[in-house]
Write a protein that binds this ligand. Structure first.
Ligand code: AKB
Length: 341
């Protein structure tokens, strides 16, 4: 038996998913322990039982947290995204793979102490897909979980391997050891590009959509780095956070897999710009494709098949593209940038 305080660990708590997730977990009554490499934002800190500034590659620090708290679940959000990872692939591997392995080790140790499997939530990405050419991409139907798994970025490779590490740790960890303990209950969502009214992402390749919106709200010009006809799946942040919480709570017996696609809408960059201009008529948006970043987006599917998530745990996004703008993004960015109308 243990006297450690039950808690939920959120890594990458300062990031764009972290902000909303920490607030929601705390509102649901969880003791949240927030971890980030940067000082935890004041707005986030108020919702936390404890905060820790540190690197997920610091195993000793993670193990100290594991001694202090009984982690019932871990939301492992910390990662280096796809564009940043192409500049620093070795660092991306260190953070995205070795850091994930450290977190799984702490989860397994926690599970051995407490006697039950720790729920391990892992946001994966459409970056795990790698479609070889534009012709194949154009003719591909919404892509299912097993198709085109040949990622072209270090981040995509790291996420795909993270999914395998999770499956291995859940089902086969130390399978030859004499004594067997509970390990993790690994659940992963392959997220599309996410758009938040509150945070501007950095280091990703789907960032052109949120960057376009936030630049327009600030009255700044924006040169979009992909072509106008570039189509990609996206989702509003509240639906992404809902999905993580919903999958975390889903009865295990209902889950037919450990990794799920989810999608909401898949606009072209031009369609996204048209909506931005509708709400910000003075928006100064141009298209200056960066062929190297464009090629990364082109290797990701134009749409995903999320039948399994809908069937197994009732995934159903609230926000289509127009509603995302009118009810979430526009009121949110107006508030964020102190706009009166
Ligand atoms: C990125 O662009 O790297 C991420 C992603 C699609 O996972 N937003």
């Amino acid at each position: 038996m243990t006297s450690r305080k039950p808690a939920v660990l959120v890594t990458g708590a300062n990031g764009e998913i972290g902000h909303s997730l920490v607030r929601r977990l705390a509102a649901d009554g969880a003791n949240v322990v927030a971890l980030d490499v940067r000082e935890i934002d004041a707005a986030c800190r108020t919702h936390c039982t404890a905060t820790q500034v540190g690197d997920i590659n610091d195993l000793a620090m993670l193990q100290r947290l594991g001694v202090e708290f009984e982690f019932t679940s871990i939301f492992h959000l910390a990662a280096l995204l796809s564009t940043r990872g192409e500049f620093q692939p070795e660092l991306a591997h260190r953070v995205n793979v070795e850091g994930t392995l450290n977190l799984m080790r702490v989860a397994v140790e926690s599970a051995a102490n407490s006697g039950y499997a720790v729920t391990f939530m892992f946001p994966s990405s459409i970056a795990v897909y790698g479609i070889a050419d534009t012709k194949t991409r154009a003719s591909a139907p919404p892509v299912s979980e097993e198709q085109y798994l040949a990622p072209q970025t270090m981040y995509g490779c790291n996420k795909l391997y993270g999914e395998h590490l999770g499956r291995y740790t859940m089902h086969h960890y130390r399978r030859l050891a004499a004594e067997q303990h509970p390990t993790i209950d690994f659940r992963s969502i392959r997220f599309p590009g996410l758009i938040s009214a509150d945070t501007v992402p950095s280091g990703g390749t789907s960032d052109y959509a949120p960057e376009m919106l936030h630049a327009a709200a600030k009255g700044e010009p924006y040169a979009c780095f992909v072509r106008e006809n570039m189509r990609l799946p996206f989702m509003a942040m509240p639906d992404a956070v809902d999905a993580l919480l919903q999958l975390a709570e889903a009865p295990k017996a209902n889950l037919s897999t450990h990794v799920y696609n989810i999608g909401a809408f898949a606009p072209s960059a031009a369609e996204f710009a048209t909506l931005v201009r509708e709400f910000f008529p003075k928006a100064n948006i141009s298209f200056k494709p960066d062929l190297l970043r464009q090629a990364i987006v082109e290797s990701w599917p134009a749409d995903v098949d999320d039948t399994r998530a809908r069937r197994d745990w009732g995934f159903k996004p609230l926000y289509d593209l127009r509603r995302t703008f009118s009810e979430y993004l526009i009121p949110g960015v107006r508030r964020r940038y102190g706009m009166t109308s």
